[in-house]
Design a binder for this molecule. Sequence first.
Ligand code: SF4
Length: 239
Amino acid sequence: MAEKKQGAKAAAARVAVLRPETNGEGKVAEPSRDCPLCPRLVAYREENRRKWPEWFNAPVPSFGPLSARLLVVGLAPGLKGANRTGRPFTGDFAGTLLYETLIKSGFARGTYGASPDDGLELIDCRIVNAVRCAPPKNLPDPSEIITCNAFLRAELQGMPHLEAVLALGHVAHLAVLKAYGLGHGAYRFRHGAVHALPDGLLLVDSYHVSRYNTQTGRLTAAMFEAVVAGLAQRLARAA
Ligand code: SF4
């Protein structure tokens, strides 16, 4: 009970720390399909719409319930993954490890079929990218990470029961800190690290579930599963 009260207190503090960015209807403000804020990404989006008109080719919305206690933050949509299918981490290599691990740890139910209509359901978990539009070569510019941070901040502010954020990679870690107006000096990125932010939110780090990281052995399935299982245990204890 005491931990529940602490969670509610932390959520209230978070609303005070983060500027309100919701649309007033209990939903998080999402970028429009034609969000014009990052000229380079807009040009890339338009190029992709011409090449592949049947693809999603727009800022990818978050996936999962706003009532979740866990938010997974990735980097940016992959061109042929989320940018094609319209669901974070869906349709490319990274999604397989992420979603299969979430299923194993109880944060998802169903079967990951690499398609938004696979029926997969997230449980107490929501997924968002630090940058909503696909960047060329999967690499957003620093200015794009800064510009899109308003939407990440809106996510954090709009999740009333949020207790933990899983940052996939260094950029996601920095983007979460930026959304809080925190420097990274006291919160160094390290795979497996668990940081307590000033309002009580846990920021948990993992190497990104990218093909590069798994093929080079920087991140194994066991390493990632250990981080997510640890998170599941922490949240179970706090429930
Ligand atoms: S990356 Fe974010 S801020 Fe930039 S154009 Fe896309 S949705 Fe808008």
